[in-house]
Ligand binder design. Sequence first.
Ligand SMILES: Cc1ncc(COP(=O)(O)O)c(C=O)c1O
Length: 183
Amino acid sequence: MDMVAEVAQRERPKLIICGASAYSRDWDYARFREVADSVGALLLADISHPAGLIAAGLLADPMPHCHIVTSTTHKTLRGPRGGIIMVGKDMENPWGLTTRKGVVRKLSSLLDSAVFPGMQGGPLEHVIAGKAIGFGEALEPSYKAYCGQKAVDCKRGNVRALDKSKPQRKPASRNGRLDASGI
Ligand SMILES: Cc1ncc(COP(=O)(O)O)c(C=O)c1O
C-alpha cells in the first residue's frame, strides 16, 4: 500500500480503482480511501469476482469506504449475466456539473444518465428479474453456507495444486494463499 500511496502522490489521479480478476487476497479498502482522499481522487472498487463472498460476509465490505462499487452479477454472486453500479453515501459530483436549473448534480445522477441514455439500450426485464432473484438468494443462510464451502474448496484445491508429490497443475495462486478468487 505504500507504493499505491507513492504512485498516487506522483500521478495525482482523478479516480483510483481497486478490485481485480486475479488477486487472491482481500483488499484494504479503508487504506485505499485514505490514499484517494490524500489526492482528492474518487475511489471505485470493482468487486466482480468476490461479490458473493462479500455478500456472505466472508470478505471485507467496500461500501463504507468507496464512492462507487461495481460488480458483475454472474460470478460468485451466482446471478444471471449482468452488472451493477452502487453508490453508498451519495454526494455532489466533485466537478460541479449542474442541471439546467443550476443545481449541482449528485454522483448517482451522473452515473444514472451515463448508463441510460448514455450506454444502455432497452432494459432486459427478464435479466433484471433474474438479478432480483439472485440478490434474494444471496440473503439466505443457505447461500452463506454455499460460499463458505466454496472458499474451503478453493483453499483445498490450491493446497493440492501446490503439492509437489502430486501430478502438477497450476496453483490457483502463486503465494499459496487464496481468500478471494473463485477460480
Ligand atoms: C474484475 C472484473 N471486472 C469485470 C469483469 C467483466 O466480466 P464479464 O467479462 O464476465 O462481463 C471481469 C471479468 O472477469 C473482472 O474480472
